[in-house]
Design a protein around this ligand. Structure first.
Ligand code: T1G
Length: 710
């Protein structure tokens, strides 16, 4: 093999007795079949070639490798399997050196671990994120990493899935150069020295795994430490068991244990859900509403109208991204209060050590306050975040239309109002769009980008691209009441309140949905957000709900009694001063009982299963209607909205993935049954959507509507 032999995704070149294998499989050097086959064959060739004394594996891309090809998990992987390729590397009779010219994740790092030596540059990162896919490193990572960096660091990397800076991993790299540009020369020097000193292969199988004596209970301690964030997940425990095996078994047996734990993860609904979600997140940015070549408008200065909680949080996103932002509030007192709240938020983050004092000042210097519209005439983007009332918003947009420069994008943060109506109060409806942030706006990653009927495609694209700059996950949705997220949470909240009337308690309902995987149940969530928010929304949409006299009556009664939740010390629960812990309040059950009697509703014992079905199936059914109406382009977009915006457990993949997993026929049949068993209430609210019926009858899934979904 004296010349370059290039298979499309990996090339081999021999220089001074060293075989240099270079991966080149854009965009991330996913270790698909071709790469595995190429690696395997080039290594075997190099081992058989007497002219080769050492082998280097590197990458032509910015990344070393993003790991196994996740898309293959669904389509099936063909031999040579990655563990076998890595066995070939580790047992090679000639030294194999991994040169990480970029980040290495998952199987990509496992390739490096199977090599005998590793070289990289300062500032590079490596990680084993398999746990985020509901699995564990399945190509030796759980066995080799502990041998190289010790159990504690290996456990943390594998169970958290978080990338680590290479400098923090003592023992993993033989050489870390300061400048990535010097990698090639440093590698040549390193290999020459290696060969001159006759240092041969150094498989990590020869290394013992040490547990420092004072960390004997390291695994139990670690389990206890991750209990909260690993709640409901299956893979973290499997990861811990795999690392434990590395301390108990020789490498060959440890690899077998790892393989069996890997398979026990791979076949779970959780793995399917998290792998679905991996692609769903990325597919959200695959939008058909603009062409690849559609230009985006340059956003150099942003204005936010309204210095309240939402306006302040929105402004922080831009300051965090280094984009100058001007916060407009007509009353100076309110403006100063808003600016003060922003500073308070930054200082609270600094107190947690997540922001330096300099960074606080840097961010604050990017935010300017004004009470004058004249100060925002040169803004490239204006985001309105004033009181949720159509007349007020229309007035603001009329003013913006008068003062803002041509081409400025005029966005509204409304969470429910009709953006087409707002756009009509301007002469530039093509520049009007919705940017629906979720509270707290500086924390929540989800951004619903809402296209109105006349929104221009370059405005849509600009908003979608801008989301990435401010570290948001944007999902493009259409105009309807509540868009996607809030429209689907409505039946969920309605049914939770109805179940209260029918005899369930807030505590029971919250526990069932907490155990399902939500961060909190609907009543705890309502108390935290404030029951008055839902109350005012219901006042605005009486025409939609007046036909159901039971509609959230207990919640309305509580608000009318001044029990608006945590902020008033009482809501669906009661709260002691300064304590956010909900305390069951028998008064609420009395109110529910009285309201039920008045409405002729017979109270009964409600099963946990019925709570799950009654809260989630109408939510999923609403999602089906949203797909039918084209408000969301694909079911995976709805999943992204629900996981990021409402805490739907990622190990269930989102509501539509969860529905596909349990079977749409099960959901359809339950909806039909509830139409009978719940009398008038069922007939009103449990009518299956046409799409749900069609898919259920044909045995199809929501995902099948988007053929490109991986
Ligand atoms: N497999 C298949 N496709 C992948 C991929 C992968 N591992 N990683 C990325 N892509 C696609 C992605 O869907 C997107 O496609 C495009 O590449 C760019 O991705 C045996 C079993 C590496 C940090 O979990 O974390 O190894 O949307 O937008 O922002 O133990 O991609 O353009 O069509 O994210 O520059 C473990 C997953 C796999 C890493 C780059 N590895 N990837 O981020 O690009 S399992 C991972 C990432 C495994 C072994 C086990 C990121 C990135 P499209 P991107 P990026």
């Amino acid at each position: 093999m004296d010349s370059k032999q290039t298979v499309s995704v990996i090339s081999a070149d021999i220089q001074h007795g060293v075989a240099i294998l270079t991966m080149d499989n854009p965009p991330v050097n996913a270790l698909g079949f071709q790469v595995r086959k190429g690696l395997q064959s080039h290594i075997v060739d190099a081992l058989e070639n007497d002219g080769v004394r050492a082998i280097v594996i590197t990458s032509r891309l910015a990344l070393f490798s993003g790991g196994a090809d996740i898309a293959e998990f669904k389509t099936g992987t063909e031999a040579p399997m990655l563990p076998d390729v890595l066995q070939t590397i580790e047992s090679a009779s000639k030294p194999v050196i991994a040169v990480l010219s970029g980040a290495a994740f998952g199987g990509g790092l496992e390739v490096a671990l199977a090599c005998h030596y590793r070289i990289t540059f300062k500032g590079n990162k490596v990680g084993l994120p398999e746990v985020n896919l509901g699995i564990l490193p399945g190509a030796g990572g759980t066995q080799r990493l502990p041998r190289l960096v010790g159990v504690t660091k290996a456990l943390d990397m594998i169970v958290s899935g978080k990338p680590k800076p290479v400098e923090s991993l003592n023992g993993l790299f033989d050489l870390i150069v300061d400048d990535p540009a010097s990698l090639d020369s440093a590698t040549q020097h390193f290999v020459a020295e290696l060969l001159s000193e006759n240092r041969g292969p150094r498989p990590c199988s020869s290394l013992p795994v040490s547990i420092p004596h004072d960390e004997k209970e390291v695994f139990e301690t670690y389990r206890a430490g991750i209990k909260k964030q690993a709640r409901g997940f299956f893979a973290p425990e499997m990861c811990i068991q795999a690392v434990e095996a590395s301390t108990l078994l020789p490498l060959s047996e440890g690899l077998q244990k790892e393989a069996s734990l890997f398979m026990s993860c791979m076949k779970t609904p959780q793995a399917r859900a998290q792998q679905h979600f991996f692609f769903a997140e990325r597919a959200a940015s695959h939008v058909n509403d603009y062409a690849k070549e559609t230009p985006i408008r340059e956003i150099k200065k942003v204005a936010v109208i309204g210095a309240g909680t939402m306006g302040g949080g929105i402004a922080m996103n831009f300051a965090n991204a280094g984009i100058p932002v001007i916060l407009l509030e007509l009353k100076d007192e309110a403006l100063q209060k808003g600016l003060g709240k922003i500073r308070e938020n930054y200082e609270a983050t600094a107190r947690k050590g997540r922001l330096s004092a300099e960074d606080v000042e840097l961010r604050m210097s990017a935010i300017h306050g004004t009470t004058e519209y004249a100060d925002i005439t040169d803004a490239d983007l204006v985001i309105e975040a004033v009181f949720e009332q159509m007349a007020i918003k229309q007035q603001v947009f009329k003013t913006l239309d008068e003062v803002c420069k041509p081409g400025a994008i005029l966005a509204t943060n409304t969470s429910t109002l009709d953006i087409n109506e707002i756009a009509k109060s301007t002469n530039r409806p093509q520049d009007v769009i919705g940017m629906h942030f979720f509270s707290p706006a500086n924390v929540m990653k989800l951004l619903e980008v809402v296209k109105a009927d006349k929104t221009a495609s370059d405005v849509i694209k600009t908003a979608m691209m801008l989301a990435k700059r401010i570290n948001k996950v944007a999902v493009l949705v259409g105009v309807c009441f509540g868009f996607v997220g809030n429209r689907m949470i409505e039946p969920y909240s309605r049914e939770a309140n109805r179940l209260l009337l029918e005899g369930a308690t807030p505590e029971q309902i919250d526990k069932v949905l907490y155990d399902f995987g939500f961060p909190m149940g609907p009543f705890t969530m309502g108390d935290m957000a404030g029951l008055d928010i839902g109350y005012y929304v219901r006042q605005e949409r009486q025409e939609d709900i007046a036909h159901d006299p039971s509609y959230c009556v207990v919640a309305d009664k509580l608000v009318e009694m001044g029990r608006v939740g945590l902020k008033s010390g009482r809501g669906a629960y009661r709260y002691e001063e300064g304590n956010r812990q909900p305390i069951n309040d028998p008064d609420v059950l009395t109110i529910a009982k009285e309201q039920a009697e008045a409405l002729g509703i017979r109270q009964r014992t409600i099963s946990d299963q019925e709570i799950i079905e009654r809260c989630l199936f109408p939510l999923i059914n609403e999602g089906a209607k949203i797909l039918e109406e084209g408000i969301a382009a694909k079911s995976s977009d709805i999943d992204v909205i629900y996981v990021y915006g409402y805490g739907f457990p990622v190990y269930r993949g989102g509501p539509m993935q969860y529905a596909d997993e349990i079977g749409l026929d099960k959901i359809y049949n339950a909806m039909v049954d509830y139409q009978t068993t719940l009398g008038e209430h069922g007939k009103t609210w449990f009518v299956p959507s046409t799409l749900l019926k069609k898919l259920a009858e044909s045995g199809a899934t929501f995902a099948s509507l988007t053929p490109t979904s991986k």
